[in-house]
Design a protein. Structure first.
Length: 176
């Protein structure tokens, strides 16, 4: 299970944003990482200030501290684990934080790429699918872009937390 309790309920509700999310979900793991990198390189300055008071970097010390001391191979493996929702230490740490902090993690990693974070290979060429998705998200207004990004990052990572069943699901009323 990932950090987003209701995977079927997306924050990206319009047809256009749903298409971008579906296109992202169809990418392989490394293509997803590349897309996130390109999005943050192009739009990073507008993504991070979107909710400055809502992001709390101190809640992610493993991801925004310890992570930087790892080798390039370890960092890339952790990114892949998070994208794939694997039950690992870093993926659990990521899955335990809210979407605004998840956005902050990806932004911090994108800013540090090639310096403290493993960089994109110089020979990397984005696929048509990645370029198409980049064009699609660039064509959305800011709120729609944020909706897509929150949906995408919220579906990553691993969490054991289960949503509380509603009265409609259980048929029981809560007792005090």
């Amino acid at each position: 299970m990932t950090a987003n309790y209701e995977k079927t309920v997306s924050q990206a509700l319009s047809n256009e944003t749903q298409k971008v999310v579906e296109g992202f979900n169809a990418l392989n793991t490394d293509a997803k990482l590349a897309w996130l990198y390109f999005v943050y390189k192009k739009m990073g300055d507008s993504i991070t200030p979107a909710a400055p008071t809502a992001a709390e970097p101190e809640l992610a010390p493993l991801l925004l501290g310890d992570y930087y001391g790892l080798s390039d191979e370890q960092q890339l493996a952790i990114m892949r684990e998070i994208v794939n929702g694997e039950a690992t230490e870093y993926s659990r740490a990521y899955g335990a934080i809210k979407e605004n902090n998840q956005l902050l993690v990806w932004y911090a990693w994108a800013v540090a790429m090639g310096d403290q974070v493993v960089g994109m290979p110089d020979s990397y060429k984005a696929t048509d699918a990645i370029n198409n998705l980049l064009s699609q998200i660039e064509g959305l207004d800011f709120e729609e872009q944020m909706s897509v990004l929150r949906t995408v990052v919220g579906n990553m990572g691993y969490s054991d937390v289960k949503p509380i069943e509603t009265q409609g699901q259980t048929g029981k009323t809560s007792s005090l």
